[in-house]
Write a protein that binds this ligand. Structure first.
Ligand code: ADP
Ligand code: MG
Length: 576
């Protein structure tokens, strides 16, 4: 390994030359207290900044082994360090060092959720931060003086400020780690407790805005309080006797008037499959890891999915046991989303009427009179929701302010009223008995058992027609694989763009398992296990530093949304 003086010498050597001469920096350098790895050097001041890593001896950092004694703790410590590194970048790196990204130093900053990210790695031997640096240029000429300042002054400052235990910060580090450990602990026990989710009293659920996931900051926030009937007391590893709402398994309705806080609660439950930073307000909102937010997504692709539980005898005799379309309707897209989630192993469904297809949710008595069942392909969700739980053990939490028929199929009903949560189960039952409509259940027989879907590796083609390799993401909402643009806009539980980036690479990885024998479920499980054992780095051929972990449920969602998806259907094979 070179000494940092060698880096300075190389910088001197290329001063004022064309930008490409920066390539000479590639390599490893020993600094005082850390090692610097320059893995990839940008070819242009406007291109993606250069990829680098710094590595500090674990023993020098002061982060003892207790802080990483289990996976939850390790992820939390990495997250803490990433935020701290990012804060110091913002404070110390200035972008006023020339053209393009000159002067920039960044690390992939986490959002409100604490996810496993590849930006930081803590092992018993070292702490490693993966970051990006915009090598400075004046026009397109190398500005070595600025670069030298960045390497010799700014970077060591950032490292010293963020990657070592600071006594003043010790309390914050512990709180961060304990919050994650507690939430993970409860999540692993929800099932045994008979719960879909837990919302601690005092949680602050509303967000700053529709596009800002930070907590709402104003004086009039109503902290969450559980109705007595649903109160559960939980002992966490680091905190005893926390009381809150336990949403039991089964069918739970969240009812209430418009603007009373229903969707806010459901969104918190959807986000509760992840852990949150202290101060977020949702640190102790914990949802089972298998909960899937379901919504309608008109226009999406569906490939050989059995949606016959919800849709049957379509016009023109189109099959729905092996249903494909390049342009789904609201109701078929929602049916597919549910069937795909079940296939991928979902344990609970979260639905909000705001984003559901009305005709998928219910057909009321008068409509049943007007349009005979024979002329309606849809078996509405209301007629399947109980069977989903009784036959498959899949619970539902549904927000509805509009359809009273659901009172007849709910095990539990909670009402949001002025942002407070009330138990109205008994009242709802009474009302349903008194006003019971003559609406008929339209489900015929049990839930169908779909055959296994076997994805073929021809589905995965990272090359464009022009032969260029393209494995990319666009924000949180889209994956670009070859010429295919995979619209993930309706997959609400992707919370960070780095999850989408990781998903793009995971599709390629998944392709390796697609051997015409493994089912889709087996493929996503194989990828998940590989990630669990080898970590995020295994997804890419180089160390990236900007990947985040996703659930296998979201990988299934990505596979199912590819327009290039090609499925060999077990049942289909038998029929043909
Ligand atoms: P609904 O789904 O019942 O129509 P929302 O959940 O969308 O209502 O909430 C309506 C508005 O109230 C949103 O702007 C939301 O941020 C805000 N809000 C939700 N919960 C609270 C709360 N506990 N305290 C203060 N404001 C809240
Ligand atoms: Mg709403």
């Amino acid at each position: 390994m070179n000494d940092k003086t060698e880096l300075v010498r190389r910088l001197d050597q290329v001063n004022g030359k064309g930008y490409k001469a920066y390539q000479i920096l590639k390599g490893n350098y020993r600094f005082d207290g850390f090692e610097l790895f320059i893995d990839h050097v940008q070819t242009d001041p406007y291109a993606t900044p250069s990829r680098m890593r710094v590595r500090v001896d674990r023993s020098a950092t002061g982060f003892g082994p207790g802080l990483t004694s289990n996976k939850s703790r390790n992820i939390a410590l990495c997250d803490f360090l990433t935020r701290s590194f990012s804060d110091h970048c913002r404070d110390k790196a200035t972008q006023e060092r020339g053209t393009g990204k000159s002067g920039l130093i960044t690390i992939d900053r986490p959002g409100q959720e604490i996810l496993e990210h590849s930006a930081m790695v803590v092992t018993p031997e070292y702490v490693e931060a993966r970051f990006f640096m915009g090598l400075p240029a004046s026009d397109r000429r190398i500005a070595s003086k600025d670069a030298t300042v960045m390497f010799i002054r700014v970077l060591p400052d950032i490292v010293a400020g963020s990657l070592f235990m600071d006594r003043a910060d010790s309390g914050r580090v512990h709180r961060h780690i304990e919050a994650v450990e507690d939430a993970d602990f409860l999540r692993s026990r929800l099932d045994a407790l008979g719960l879909v989710a837990f919302v601690a009293n005092g949680s602050l659920l509303p967000r700053a805005s529709g596009i800002d996931d930070a907590p709402l900051k104003n004086g009039s926030i109503v902290p969450f309080i559980s109705p007595e009937a649903f109160e559960v007391r939980v002992d966490f590893p680091n905190q005893k006797g926390i009381v809150g709402l336990g949403i039991p398994k089964g069918v739970t309705l969240i009812v209430g008037g418009g603007f009373h806080g229903k969707s806010t609660l459901l969104k918190a439950l959807a986000a509760g499959v992840y852990n949150h930073v202290p101060g977020d307000g949702r640190e102790r909102v914990v949802t089972g890891a298998g909960a899937v937010k379901i919504r309608a997504a008109e226009g999406r692709n569906i490939e050989k999915t059995d949606i016959s539980a919800f849709i049957n005898h379509l016009p023109q005799g189109k099959s729905t046991t092996i249903f494909s379309t390049a342009n789904a309707s609201g109701s078929t897209s929602q049916a597919a989303a549910i069937c795909e989630a079940l296939e991928a192993g979902a344990s609970a469904l979260l639905l909000d009427e705001d984003t559901c297809a009305t005709n998928f949710m219910v057909r009321d008595m008068l409509m049943q009179h007007l349009v005979a069942k024979e002329n309606e392909p849809i078996t509405p969700f209301i007629d399947r929701v109980e069977a989903l739980y009784r036959e498959r053990g899949v619970s539902t939490v549904l927000v509805t302010g509009g359809s009273g028929d659901y009172l007849g199929v709910a095990d539990h009903v909670i009402q949001m009223k002025d942002f407070t949560c009330l138990d109205v189960t008994a009242r709802a039952r009474g009302i349903f008995e008194r006003h019971r409509s003559k609406r008929k259940n339209e489900a015929r027989g049990k839930l169908p058992d779909p055959g296994a879907r076997i994805p073929l590796n021809t589905s995965i083609n990272p090359r464009t027609a022009a032969g260029r390799k393209r494995i990319k993401s666009r924000g949180r909402r889209a994956i670009l694989l070859g010429d295919d643009l995979v619209d993930m806009g309706d997959v609400e539980q992707i919370v960070h763009p780095s999850q989408t980036r990781a998903l793009a690479w995971a599709l390629v990885h998944a392709g390796r398992y697609m051997d015409a024998n493994m089912s889709l479920k087996q493929v996503i499980t194989a990828v998940d296990e590989a990630l669990e054992h080898e970590g995020l780095d295994m997804l890419m051929p180089f160390v990236a530093g900007d990947l985040a972990r996703f659930r296998s449920l979201e990988l299934a969602a990505a596979i199912n949304r590819m327009r290039t998806l090609s499925i060999k259907h077990e049942l289909f094979e038998r029929l043909t």
